[in-house]
Ligand binder design. Structure first.
Ligand code: G16
Length: 575
């Protein structure tokens, strides 16, 4: 068992995206590809070739193909780096929110999450790696950019020739001078959730016959959901389906949304359907919640949780504030305004919530991409969201659908949809965005007649900075652009500036179209088009979203010339 210093050469393209470095498994399987990234990370964290003396690292992943082998590689490098202790989930497994919880509860200096989230797994699927800091949250851009820069100059990696750790055996083992402790992946996270929710009330709800179908999508959420829902809360066996984490997620796409959770949606239809449905994604940080025959949009979910938070023990004292990513609907802004609390608008990426949470300025956060969470950890948390909903249903006596309709009645409905165009050639996607950006100075005041844009009366409105106020709803027919910009965010806590975070086009009636390129894909580019329209008229709340948003969909085409640039006439995925 000796240290080894091995020569290496840089790989191009090791820049982390929205949430870590995500590539095809075959890319990660190249000799030294993972090692280079980890070496660069350790060099940035501790100083080039400096030891991590006395520090604790948390390590685990979503169990996808290549997880076990990557865990062993990283353990050897952590030992060579001189970490005092590594806490690794049994079987190499830890959900993303569990990594965050373990880092915080054990005072670790940080953690490594091995996941490509909702992206498909298996030998031809995706893999990923992400670093979370001592607060339990994704590393800020400053750090990920420094890691990327370091990957470009690396000349050697430090590792060890030690034997593999027995990942299935709980308890401490030694790897050189490092103690590797294999931990129960569920225990710390479960303990935290127990502190936040009224488990007695939820237990009583299940005892009354309330039926839930929780679809873990053959991913890492299964063991967590089974332990808590079936093990502690008395939900009948079989409540959690597709519960065993499989290396290829059963060949499915573990993304809980209307496009990929079709099996769950089908089970929630009909008179015998369960009262509530829920699903979590590959690494169990995303969630989807459904009532019987009723889909809850993630933006509405955040708004409902914010509106009723004080009915849940962990939030009884009220919320300091809320935050949403920019493309997320403004439903939560309306709730925050009514409750007199601040609402922040951040760029896409959970890492942007970290400072606000650390500074105590917000308590709940959420994103349109099926992520919701709170200050209990520094990641979005799928099971947390499901327990929050169960707690609300238990104590209010209202169904999932009642709770959402109550939100709409009070604040109007923010009709919302996201259209994804996947697999666009990267260059074409960048051309499309550049063309949009070039139009920005001339868009305010232009009107859209359903076919094309024409100059209208000039507007003086200027785009608000972060934390925009929802504008008054007005006539949809007008279709006059009030303002447009490329979202830039100045972090209110540390003053760091993030630019080019998405093109926003806002109409006079407060409707919006937002365009940005995904930062989580592994093949080509994905254009995301986010559409939102506020509907105050309750008699129109049941209009199908695509119908209610049709004029905005046409406007998006006219603005971005999507078909022209991509050759695609319809989105690949509509959520
Ligand atoms: C990640 C980030 C989220 C982001 C989502 C979509 O989620 O953590 O904050 O909203 O990607 O990002 P993009 O639109 O750039 O693809 P996850 O669940 O994939 O880690």
């Amino acid at each position: 068992m000796t240290h080894q210093t091995l020569p290496t050469t840089p790989f191009s393209g090791q820049r982390p995206g929205t949430s870590g470095l995500r590539k095809k498994v075959t890319v990660f399987q190249q000799p030294h590809y993972l090692e280079n990234f980890v070496q660069a990370l350790f060099d940035v964290l501790h100083g080039n070739d400096q030891p991590a003396t006395g520090l604790t690292l948390v390590l685990g992943g979503d169990g996808r193909f290549h997880n076990r082998s990557a865990v062993q590689t990283i353990l050897r490098m952590a030992a060579a780096r001189g970490y005092a202790r590594v806490l690794v989930g049994q079987g190499g497994i830890l959900s993303t929110p569990a990594v965050s919880a373990v880092i915080r509860r054990h005072g670790a200096s940080g953690g490594i999450v091995l996941s490509a989230s909702h992206n498909p797994g298996g030998p031809d699927g995706d893999f990923g790696i992400k670093y979370n800091s001592a607060n339990g949250g994704p590393a800020p851009e400053k750090l990920t950019e420094a890691v990327y820069a370091r990957t470009q100059t690396l000349q050697h990696i430090a590792t060890s020739d030690s034997a593999d750790i027995a990942l299935d055996t709980l308890g401490p083992q030694r790897l050189e001078d490092t103690v590797v402790e294999v931990i129960d992946p569920v225990a710390d996270h479960a303990a935290l959730l127990r502190e936040l929710f009224d488990f007695d009330a939820i237990r009583a709800l299940f005892a009354r016959g309330f039926r839930l179908r929780f679809d873990a999508m053959w991913a890492v959420g299964g063991p967590y959901a089974k332990a808590i829902l079936e093990g502690e809360l008395g939900a009948p066996a079989g409540t959690v389906v597709h519960a065993e984490p499989l290396e290829d997620f059963g060949g499915l796409h573990p993304d809980p949304n209307p496009a990929y959770a079709d099996d769950l949606i089908a089970h929630l239809i009909g008179p015998d359907a369960p009262d509530m449905g829920a699903a979590t994604d590959g690494d169990a940080d995303r969630n989807m919640v459904l009532g019987r025959g009723f889909l809850v949009s993630p933006s509405d979910s955040l708004a409902v949780l914010a509106a009723h938070a004080t009915q849940v023990p962990g939030y009884r004292a009220g919320l300091a504030g809320v935050a949403r990513s920019m493309p997320t609907s403004t439903a939560v802004d309306r709730v925050a305004k009514a409750l007199g609390m601040p609402c922040y608008e951040t760029p896409t990426g959970w890492k942007f919530f970290g400072n606000l949470l650390d500074a105590g300025q917000v308590t709940l956060c959420g994103e349109e991409s099926y992520g919701t969470g709170s200050s209990h950890v520094r990641e979005k948390d799928g099971l947390w969201a499901v327990l929050f909903w169960l707690n609300l249903v238990a104590v209010t006596g209202q169904s999932v659908e009642d709770l959402v309709r109550g939100l709409w009645r009070e604040h109007g409905r923010c009709v919302y949809s996201r259209h994804d165009y996947d697999g666009i050639a990267t260059e074409q996607a960048h051309t499309l965005m550049a063309e949009l950006r070039a139009q920005l100075p001339t868009l305010a005041g232009q009107t859209f007649d359903g076919h094309g844009l024409s100059p209208g009366r000039p507007k003086t409105d200027s785009a608000p900075s972060g934390g925009s106020e929802p504008r008054a709803a007005g006539s949809v027919g007008a279709m006059t652009i009030a303002w447009a910009d490329d979202f830039a965010y100045t972090d209110p806590v540390d003053g760091s500036l993030s630019q080019q975070q998405g093109v926003r086009v806002v109409l006079e009636d407060s409707s919006r179209v937002v365009f940005r390129l995904s930062g989580t894909g592994t093949e080509g580019a994905t254009l995301r088009v986010y559409l939102e329209r506020h509907e105050p008229d309750a008699s129109r709340h049941d209009l199908p979203a695509q119908e209610a948003l049709a004029p905005l969909i046409d406007l998006a085409q006219a603005l971005a010339r999507i078909t022209h640039h991509t050759g695609m006439h319809t989105p690949t995925v509509i959520t």
